[in-house]
Design a protein around this ligand. Structure first.
Ligand code: GLN
Length: 205
């Protein structure tokens, strides 16, 4: 098994599901820094923006003066946004009645709660193309965002009912769904491996 002891991964801890990500990172042996201050970003190699409520995360980013530091961080360093985290990474939010201002780091547009208000959450086995082979992920969709557009440089790793739900773009990754609620760390390991174990010059997808 790959050793993750040399990594310190930040988890944005303003609101939402940060403790489950911390739990999974600890299970892999990585160090974790819960991020509430801009200065804490300097200690970490990569970052997870968890699910939660994007309207709240959006307000707290400004209150904690984290918006610009996060944009700077994401220009260079790996970030994985799950659910509300995907919304925050996006370029544009369709029908944005809530007034959330996304960070604009990934070339995707999303619609919040895009899998229907009547079905607030569901669990599904999702086929994903990880490391050149197909893997089944246990995916929880909880008032999940739907990707409505993505740019040419965005690669789709998993699809649900015809829409991309797991995408990567250079060192950034976003998933509509959660996997941290289960004990299965497959997708977390994929994020860490593609972010930190790729030889220089080797193409990422
Ligand atoms: N619907 C939430 C939002 O718009 C996201 C839900 C989640 O992160 N599980 O922020």
């Amino acid at each position: 098994m790959t050793d993750y002891k040399d990594l310190n991964i930040g988890v944005l801890a303003l609101q939402g599901d940060f403790e489950r990500h911390q739990h999974q990172l600890f299970a892999l042996g990585a160090d974790v820094t819960l991020i509430r201050l801009a200065a804490e970003l300097r200690q970490v190699d990569g970052l997870i923006i968890p699910g939660g409520e994007s309207t709240t995360i959006d307000k707290l980013l400004d209150r904690f003066a984290l918006r610009e530091p996060l944009i700077d961080f994401g220009r260079k360093k790996p970030i994985w946004g799950t659910c509300a985290g995907m919304i925050m990474l996006s370029k544009k939010i369709d029908d944005n009645l809530s007034g959330v201002t996304p960070l604009g780091l990934m070339d995707i547009d999303v619609v919040r709660n895009g899998y229907g208000r009547q079905v607030f959450s569901f669990h599904t086995d999702l086929r994903a193309e990880l490391n050149g082979g197909m893997t089944t992920l246990k995916a929880d969709f909880i008032r999940a965002p739907r990707i409505t557009r993505h740019g040419d440089k965005v690669n789709t790793i998993a699809v649900y009912r015809g829409d991309p739900v797991l995408v990567v773009e250079r060192h950034l990754m976003a998933s509509s769904f959660h996997t941290e609620l289960e004990e299965d760390t497959t997708l977390l390991r994929y994020f860490l491996d593609r972010s930190f174990r790729v030889e220089p010059g080797q193409a990422q997808r």
